[in-house]
Design a protein around this ligand. Structure first.
Ligand SMILES: CC(C)(COP(=O)(O)OP(=O)(O)OC[C@H]1O[C@@H](n2cnc3c(N)ncnc32)[C@H](O)[C@@H]1OP(=O)(O)O)[C@@H](O)C(=O)NCCC(=O)NCCS
Length: 146
């Protein structure tokens, strides 16, 4: 199977949303389309798709951000998704490696992402790619109804 990783274009949005719908098994939220368009406009080199025989089989949305939460400028993986029919074939690895090159070329030394620590599969996936638990943690609190 030959996999091509290339830059995402606005024309890929529908295919990307369709891969995401296949993963989640439900229609995408309305905000998703505009988030992809926004990210593509702001950071076109950080948004990639993986094609297998001309079909979009996976995608990754990445961004370079810093200073919020006192985190140094870092490369963020916002979301990575692979069509279930193509999972387990190294597509996400190929997408993350290509995104990592882009980050390195922009003098970014660290790649960050956020996952549910209880999702052992996802944590295992990122561990397989060399990711480790960060020193940063998320704090949360219920909003109070008045
Ligand atoms: C997580 C996901 C992106 C992995 O995509 P994939 O193309 O199947 O992953 P790859 O085939 O590139 O796997 C890369 C490595 O991770 C490992 N891996 C993949 N899934 C794993 C899991 N559930 N548990 C442990 N390791 C896993 C693979 O064994 C592989 O290791 P290797 O290269 O050393 O053999 C895909 O399963 C997916 O789209 N999941 C749903 C969406 C999601 O949860 N996205 C992440 C949130 S942003």
């Amino acid at each position: 199977m030959s996999v091509t990783v290339r830059r995402m274009t606005p024309q890929d949005t529908e295919a990307v949303l369709s891969v995401n719908e296949t993963i989640t098994g439900r229609p995408h939220e309305a905000q998703w389309e505009s988030r992809i368009i926004d990210l593509l406009a702001r950071n076109p080199l950080g948004c990639l798709v993986a094609e297998v025989e001309g079909k979009v089989a996976g995608f990754i949305l990445g961004d370079i951000r810093g200073w919020e939460f006192a985190i140094p400028k870092s490369g963020w993986i916002e979301i990575v998704g692979v069509d279930p029919g193509f999972q387990g074939k190294g597509i996400a690895r190929a997408l993350i490696e290509k995104l990592g090159l882009y980050f390195r070329n922009h003098n970014v030394e660290k790649i960050l992402t956020m996952v549910d620590w209880n999702d052992a599969g996802l944590v295992g996936f990122f561990r397989a790619l060399g990711f480790e638990r960060s020193e940063f943690i998320v704090l949360e609190k219920e909003t109070v109804r008045k």
